[in-house]
Design a protein around this ligand. Structure first.
Ligand code: ATP
Ligand code: MG
Length: 208
């Protein structure tokens, strides 16, 4: 009877249902196993696109539950971004800081760059000590380690001593191995292809 289309579909549907039931059992078992209620440190790294935008996805999630959020960007240049515009124009409740001036590819002045990194780290440190914040985003922090502008052990200490309910999201390529080791969730975004490398200009709303 397998040549009757209806029967084939029926068995496909049954197979699908069995597979879904198995998956559900696995997922339910995993959910039942995860019993620890605690804040987390998330590291989003790798060469592919999607790290900062994922961090801002978590900002939206946190805000959805009325949580307090602070975003600190250790960014290289002064390129405006959609997320910056949106936060500044529509989300006055989000604390938002950028390293900005003193650190651009044009200046290439190591001393002023490091001074800017250290000053911005002071803001991060204050946030990591401030119990009002549920979510602290340290965007592009890993570059400060790569350039040796900030000490990895200081960052680790501050993260480990943060308020118990506070989660932290760190983004950027690379990242120190010790920092990586203390993160609860580490995702590496892999670059398969990026439009820019085919000569397509960075696009508003997608890339910045
Ligand atoms: P996004 O902000 O889009 O989530 P990201 O944070 O993962 O990207 P960054 O390394 O911070 O990536 O770089 C930011 C900018 O560089 C974005 O405009 C992004 O589209 C672009 N970009 C990211 N990865 C690549 C890549 N592999 N090749 C070229 N451009 C890239
Ligand atoms: Mg980024």
């Amino acid at each position: 009877m397998s040549d009757v289309p209806g029967n084939t579909n029926d068995s496909k549907a049954q197979k699908h249902q069995r597979a879904m039931e198995k998956t559900k059992q696995k997922v339910d078992a995993n959910i039942a196993q995860a019993q620890t209620e605690q804040s987390v440190v998330v590291l989003l790294t790798g060469n592919g696109k999607g790290k900062t935008s994922s961090a801002f996805g978590m900002v939206m999630r946190a805000l959805g539950y009325g949580q307090k959020v602070v975003v600190i960007q250790f960014i290289k240049g002064e390129q405006l971004s959609g997320e910056e515009l949106f936060v500044k124009n529509h989300l006055p409740e989000v604390a938002f800081h950028q390293m900005g001036t003193g650190f651009t590819w044009d200046t290439q002045n190591r001393d002023s760059d490091q001074a800017a990194a250290v000053a911005t780290w002071q803001l991060a440190l204050a946030a990591l000590r401030d119990g009002q914040y549920d979510l602290v985003v340290l965007d592009e922090l890993t570059y400060m380690l790569a350039f040796d502008y900030l000490a990895e052990d200081q960052i680790i200490d501050a993260i480990q001593q943060r308020p118990a309910h506070q989660s932290v999201v760190i983004t950027g390529r690379g990242g120190g191995s010790e920092l990586k080791a203390i993160c609860d969730t580490v995702s590496e975004v892999k670059d398969i292809r990026h439009a820019f490398n085919s000569g397509i200009k960075a696009r508003k709303g997608v890339d910045y």
